[in-house]
Design a binder for this molecule. Structure first.
Ligand SMILES: Nc1ncnc2c1ncn2[C@@H]1O[C@H](COP(=O)(O)OP(=O)(O)O)[C@@H](O)[C@H]1O
Ligand SMILES: [Mg+2]
Length: 671
């Protein structure tokens, strides 16, 4: 009977024996088991019945028994491998199916995977498909199965890879899109890196400040105490911005010395970092100082100790940071440091603080429980690198014609009002126009918050209002300063923002007494500006509006995030009322500026002030356009560089035009 068996049967029989030996069980029970395992065995018998006869002469002889045994082992090996593979395949499939649904994944698994069985099933399938006739064909079969094996392994690898990319696809993509931008912030000789990192929950502002170990921290603590004892600061020094930089220098040299004596082997870089850290902790607001020093940030907010610090980034808007202030007390402490610097205090009884840092940044702080979630600080940053007219043109906020017209108005002492909505860029435009003022004119600016920043060459006295102290004393209002500024023999008066009737009265009074006035106002168009001026609370009599020579309106498209001068207008006014004549306007659909109507009085006013004819005015405007476009082309955008060109213009216009013709940038800037 054995001789009639097909070779595969023989192999299976041997396998059975082997298994029995391995399991140490009785042959018949093992046989049953084997039959269960190889469920397709009877099928093989039936199907290969025809071939059985042909197979007969090729039945492996006993001499080949060893060889067959080896082959059997190999088959078993393959079976085991296959079983393992099936397991991993199922695992990766599970991963895939996890996303679809758990139940469905289970359904998939049930018919396919009965632990340990699919492998055998598979092998039998192979033998069933290709009816084996001899040991040679067995070999062939095995080779084939090995080949299949390798192929499957390869496929599996690919499948696994695809699985991973499918499953972790987002992660990989996130990594790729991960960092939107990277730059460094320099502070007190230390550079730290900032990354705008994109995550699933949005963009995060990541500041990478090197961590300080326990040992270094305790050393810094000791040095801090020593520093306090060796350097003294008077209250006067703290309140004086110039003295403050002196204190900082003093602290830095002392800290430098102390660090060198404590750690003689310290590297220059580490020392700089430690000195910076000491200064930031002792004289500043710790790591927040880095945020304050990031020119790309407009606002820094410490919401509470439970939430991350948030920043308003020029390019990305509001972003959470990777920084938090650990304790509420610490936030209150920072508020106190700021308050003391301006000679004020913030306490449970006076929980509101509005103050200026020596850096010009404005700080607002509210303590718990008035701020119900916890102590909060809002730092509105002072623009350290303000927009100049070159930026206004490169950012297409206005065009050359408008820039030249504004210059003409400011040079010849016309009164200019800048209107616009919240954060439309009114103050920025006002600031960009200021360098057009000739250098020998006295400028007095009055603001609630220090925002204006003029080039060095100008003769400028900036004044800032002050809130009353907790006893209600010491207030210096905008009106006080405006009235006072008239006693300072100003040529130009700049008002940050016109809000109240008395301020408007003083301002119009100043215009009428021959001062050149510039101010900003909250209104969305030239017509609305008139309406705002002539209605409560400002209540300016309409006929006084004649004093305004030019009105520039700023517009901010919140959706596109662009800012444009939407109108340049003049006011025509009499006792009955006032109306706006729009000279230039911006066409939103085409994003360009067009001349809208002929000026009815602006050039007349210039003519009256200067005696220039219209053609002279036109030539003057052309020269101005040449100068500005040369600056735009050479990106002379820095405030003081811009100022240098202006100074050159006002002292020797002919030479400037010559130098521009020769494109002598160095000659112009190093004059
Ligand atoms: N022309 C401009 N282009 C791009 N950003 C601008 C422009 N003008 C102002 N900004 C930005 O808009 C913000 C608000 O400007 P600001 O002049 O203070 O507005 P406003 O005085 O109308 O409240 C500032 O942070 C400034 O950097
Ligand atoms: Mg403003």
């Amino acid at each position: 009977m054995a001789g009639k068996k097909s070779s595969i049967e023989e192999l299976e029989h041997m396998m059975k024996e082997k298994e029995i030996a391995a399991l140490g069980k009785k042959p018949h029970s093992a046989e049953k088991k084997q039959e269960k395992l190889i469920s397709l065995k009877p099928k093989v018998q039936k199907k290969s019945h025809e071939e059985k006869k042909q197979v007969k002469p090729n039945i492996p002889k006993p001499s080949k028994h060893e060889e067959t045994k080896k082959i059997m082992e190999r088959i078993k090996e393959i079976q085991q491998k296959s079983a393992a593979r099936t397991k991993t395949r199922v695992k990766s499939r599970q991963l895939q199916e996890k996303q679809i649904s758990l139940n469905r994944a289970k359904e998939f698994k049930v018919p396919e995977k009965i632990p340990g069985k699919p492998a055998e099933e598979k092998e039998v399938k192979v033998s069933e498909g290709k009816k084996l006739k001899s040991s040679k064909s067995i070999e062939k079969q095995i080779k084939e199965s090995i080949r299949q094996d390798i192929k499957e392994e390869k496929e599996e690898k690919i499948e696994k890879k695809q699985d991973e990319t499918k499953f972790f696809g987002f992660k990989k993509e996130e990594k790729k899109l991960g960092v939107l931008e990277k730059y460094t912030i320099e502070l007190d000789g230390t550079n730290v890196e900032v990354e705008m990192e994109r995550t699933r929950s949005g963009t995060i502002y990541n500041l990478h400040v090197p961590e300080i170990g326990i040992a270094s921290a305790s050393l810094l603590g000791e040095i801090r105490n020593e520093l306090v004892s060796v350097t003294s600061i008077s209250m006067k020094e703290i309140l004086d911005p110039n003295a403050f930089s002196e204190i900082k220098k003093r602290f830095m040299t002392e800290a430098d010395k102390l660090l060198k004596t404590r750690i003689p082997t310290i590297t220059e870089e580490t020392k700089r970092f430690f000195v910076g850290k000491l200064i930031q902790d002792m004289l500043g607001l710790g790591e927040i100082e880095f945020l304050i020093n990031d020119v790309n940030l407009e606002e820094v907010v410490i919401p509470t100790s439970k939430e991350p610090i948030r920043v308003y980034h020029k390019r990305y808007g509001w972003l959470p940071t990777n920084m938090t202030i650990a304790k509420e007390d610490e936030i209150a402490n920072y508020s106190n440091i700021i308050a003391r610097r301006v000679g004020r205090q913030i306490t449970v009884l006076t929980p509101l603080l509005d103050a200026h840092l020596v850096t010009g940044d404005r700080v607002n702080s509210i303590l718990y429980p008035i701020s119900t979630k916890g102590n909060t600080i809002t730092i509105r940053k002072f623009a350290r690198d303000p927009f100049t007219m070159v930026d206004m043109i490169t950012s297409r906020t206005c065009d050359l014609d408008i820039a030249a017209l504004l210059w003409l108005a400011i040079e010849y002492e016309m009164n200019v009002l800048i209107s616009g909505g919240t954060a439309s860029g009114k103050t920025s435009l006002l600031n960009a126009c200021m360098p057009f003022i000739p250098p020998n004119h006295r400028i007095i600016s009055v603001e609630d918050t220090r925002e204006l920043m003029l080039p060095d060459f100008l003769y400028w006295t900036p004044l800032v209002t002050r809130m009353p102290n907790p006893e209600g004393k010491g207030e210096v209002s905008m009106l006080d300063l405006l009235v006072n500024s008239l006693r300072m023999r100003p040529d130009r008066i700049v008002l940050g923002e016109m809000r109240r009737q008395r301020e408007a009265e003083v301002l119009f009074e100043a215009m009428h007494t021959g001062h050149s006035v510039y101010a900003t106002l909250h209104a969305d168009s030239a017509t609305e500006t008139i309406s705002r001026l002539t209605n409560p609370p400002l209540n300016v009599p309409p006929n006084l509006l004649k004093a305004v020579n030019l009105n520039a309106v700023m517009f901010r498209d919140r959706r596109k995030g662009i800012r444009r001068i939407s109108q340049i207008a003049e006011f025509e006014a009499d006792e009955k009322g006032a109306r706006a004549n729009i000279i230039y306007r911006w066409i939103p659909e085409e994003d360009r500026f067009v001349k809208h109507a002929e000026s009815s009085r602006f050039f007349e006013d210039i003519n009256r002030n200067t005696g220039m004819s219209q053609s002279e005015i036109n030539n003057n405007l052309e020269d101005k356009k040449k100068i500005i476009s040369w600056m735009v082309k050479n990106n002379i955008r820095d405030l003081n560089d811009f100022g240098k060109v202006m100074k050159f213009y006002y002292t020797d216009k002919e030479s400037l035009m010559e130098s521009i013709k020769k494109n002598d940038i160095k000659g112009i800037l190093n004059r």
